[in-house]
Design a protein around this ligand. Structure first.
Ligand SMILES: Cc1cc2nc3c(=O)[nH]c(=O)nc-3n(C[C@H](O)[C@H](O)[C@H](O)COP(=O)(O)O)c2cc1C
Length: 191
């Protein structure tokens, strides 16, 4: 009989929680989810409320063959809250694209949605890889740079952003790092 993906369980190894936040680059995260899945990772996507303004859950659900978390209160079958199970079983929390807002939330320990709760509840063995994408002034702002420094001190790894033409019309630093390279680094971290 054909082996079917079991949507509510994480596999034993290489579990990636992919957090997608409200950036214009959110559409690129679907490619990233696909690349990671093809690399053999079990990808569990979490969309913030603002990410849903840019992309729907459907492409992620389809390419990863796992349900997508879009609401802290959307609980699946079973007793354990989904965000705690994902945090317990993750090998890597990858946030791509990461907004200035989510960096601030992570740096300050806010927990007002599924993604920020997962980040706080993350098991200590899991690595955290963050790929920021934002307007250059937002990235270079002292507040954002202080949040980045705080997160780096806690062991969070950053990939990008890169310089180039930004969706907001400016040229400069703030573009999401190429998804092929984010996928390659994520695979290295869970190898
Ligand atoms: C068209 C548009 C594009 C945006 N792009 C970005 C972006 O690339 N990076 C960013 O930090 N914020 C961006 N924002 C602002 C975020 O969506 C906003 O800060 C939001 O609160 C982020 O929520 P989240 O971090 O929970 O996803 C954008 C907003 C709009 C309307």
């Amino acid at each position: 009989m054909e082996e079917r993906a079991r949507p509510t369980e994480m596999s034993a190894a290489r579990n990636i929680v992919l957090g997608v936040t409200g950036s214009i680059a959110a559409y690129k995260a679907a490619d990233l989810a696909s690349l990671l899945t093809k690399q053999g990772c079990s990808v569990h996507t979490v969309l913030t409320a603002d990410a849903k303004r840019f992309i729907t859950a459907l492409p992620f659900k389809t390419v990863t063959r796992h349900p997508v978390v879009t609401d802290l209160y959307d609980e699946e079958e079973g007793w354990q809250p989904t965000h705690i199970r994902l945090a317990d079983e993750a090998d890597l929390l990858l946030i791509a694209p990461a907004t200035a807002n989510v960096l601030a939330k992570l740096a300050h320990g806010l927990a007002d949605d599924a993604l920020s709760c997962i980040a706080l509840a993350l098991n200590p063995k899991a690595r955290v890889l963050v790929a920021p994408a934002m307007n250059g002034k937002m990235w270079l702002h002292a507040a954002t740079q202080a949040n980045v420094a705080t997160l780096k001190q806690r062991g969070v790894e950053f990939i990008g952003p890169e310089a180039g033409m930004l969706a907001c019309g400016y040229e400069g630093i703030g573009r999401l790092w190429p998804v092929t390279e984010i996928a390659r680094r994520a695979a290295e971290l869970v190898a």
